[in-house]
Write a protein of this length. Structure first.
Length: 463
């Protein structure tokens, strides 16, 4: 066959311009409807979302009708939303939803599969949970007029038994979430090392090579320079490694097999889609600063081909980094926060709060938030008294010619201080609340080399 002499270089598709505008929102802990409200600032926010080419939100919720038993995790909310409200998120404009998070396993493997079933039936592009590890890691694809978008989702925060498992030729896989484990190591000086060795020997946390170990203690033997303190849940391992050195410091590391497995799927998505969005849930600890292992993971994911790294988990906004020309959002805060109106709670959770079998949902939520005073009273602890948990942003991220051009930050007020039945729905923020949100973005992004410019009730990052 002879090569054709014709010139086939031409622009055929609109997506060849490599332009796209994303709308990115943080955590949606939805348990009520969204589509019936008509406040102007609310509808303006909805229109800002709908105006983007591709629209994403992190779904920290499970959709089911209590068909499956809850897990015995005791703390936090056992997430559940009526599946009919998926349509309300779609009404708001969202097409892509990540599902890997610390609540993925709240209702066991059945809750995982029911959520996957309802989202798929509704036509949502979703990633992060599945029937086995391959499905949980897999990219999902959204077709847009500006090109095909891949979405992948993982979490560094989850109970170990919530991690999806690989299937074999002779064994089915385990439903769950794409859990990327990590671990902590300490380096300590000689006095502390010897103290830990003595304490460990006394309490049965250490062992010598060849010695009998109690059931469940699966750690390497200790040496003259390394201890493995058993009984410590270190995510990837069931022991804490302590190394003899000349100073005291701690380091967090990704568990490399989990990271490598996910990077393989990101590289695959890079070859299958024009745009790649990776969503990572990290609720390992609160605060303004992202943990060391998250930074390592997120950079590796950009290196593997992600165009945008969306971090969620701390229930607050964190800084924005531009890494190799690609945005890394280390924390998008709560966009919808309605976990205090989830319909039912397991008896284990009531008992953990000191309540009996005849306690009601309102009793549970009042006790958890430490309500005081005459009914309905005022909360005294938890997220109910931390304003930053009720503030976030909706972000428009624009690429031109394949290069990041601009990030626009629209501050969002989620109703801090309002009654339980009102709070949790997003509104465009204004005044002091808007200023607080934007100034926090500015302050936390500056150490990452990112300048957030504030203009009225809006923030900008321009490149």
């Amino acid at each position: 066959m002879h090569a054709s002499p014709r010139d086939y270089h031409r622009t055929l598709y609109a997506s060849e311009n490599n332009d796209i505008d994303f709308a990115l929102a943080g955590e949606a802990l939805i348990s009520q409807g969204l589509s019936m409200y008509t406040e102007p600032r609310y509808l303006e926010l909805v229109n800002l979302i709908r105006g983007a080419d591709a629209r994403y939100v992190h779904l920290e919720m499970l959709f089911h009708d209590y068909e499956h038993a809850p897990t015995d995790k005791r703390v936090g909310t056992h997430m559940r939303c009526d599946p009919k409200y998926i349509a309300d998120l779609q009404w708001m404009g969202f097409q892509m939803m990540s599902t890997a998070h610390n609540h993925s396993i709240d209702f066991g493997e059945g809750g995982v599969m029911k959520t996957v079933e309802h989202l798929s039936r509704a036509g949502v592009t979703h990633a992060g949970m599945g029937r086995n590890l391959a499905q949980a890691r897999a990219p999902a694809y959204l077709e847009t007029a500006k090109g095909r978008v891949a979405l992948l989702s993982g979490t560094t925060s989850l109970f170990a038994w919530g991690r999806a498992g690989d299937q074999r030729r002779d064994m089915i896989g385990r439903p769950g979430a794409n859990y990327l484990r990590h671990y902590l190591e300490w380096t300590v000086d000689k006095p502390m090392f010897e103290q830990l060795r003595a304490i460990g020997a006394t309490l049965g946390w250490t062992h010598q090579a060849g010695a009998h170990r109690p059931m469940g203690h699966n750690s390497p033997p200790d040496t003259a320079t390394t201890l493995h303190l058993t009984g410590y849940d270190n995510c990837a391992f069931k022991y804490l490694k302590v190394i003899l050195g000349d100073k005291i410091e701690k380091r967090w590391y990704p568990y490399q097999p989990d990271l490598d497995g996910f990077l393989e799927r990101i590289r695959d998505a890079r070859r299958m889609a024009q745009w790649v969005v990776v969503a990572m849930h990290n609720q390992d600890w609160p605060g303004d600063t992202p943990p060391e292992h998250a930074i390592t993971m997120y950079h590796a994911m950009i290196d593997a081909g992600a165009d945008i790294l969306v971090g969620t988990g701390p229930h607050q906004d964190r800084g924005i980094e531009i890494y190799k020309g690609r945005p890394v959002f280390y924390g998008l805060g709560d966009f919808i926060l309605q976990n205090d109106s989830v319909l039912l709670t397991p008896q284990d959770a009531y008992e953990y709060q000191g309540l009996g079998w005849n306690g009601t949902p309102a009793d549970f939520y009042d006790t958890r938030a430490g309500y005081q005073g005459d009914s309905p009273g005022k909360p005294s602890k938890g997220q109910s008294v931390t304003p930053h948990n009720w503030q976030s942003g909706m972000h428009r991220v624009r690429f031109e010619g394949g290069k990041l051009k601009e990030i626009r930050i629209y501050p969002v007020d989620v109703g801090y201080g309002k009654p339980r039945w009102q709070q949790g729905r997003p509104m465009l923020a204004e005044g002091e609340v808007a200023a607080e949100i934007l100034e926090r973005y500015q302050r936390l992004s500056k150490p990452m080399g990112t300048h957030v410019q504030i203009d009225g009730n809006m923030g900008y990052v321009r490149l």
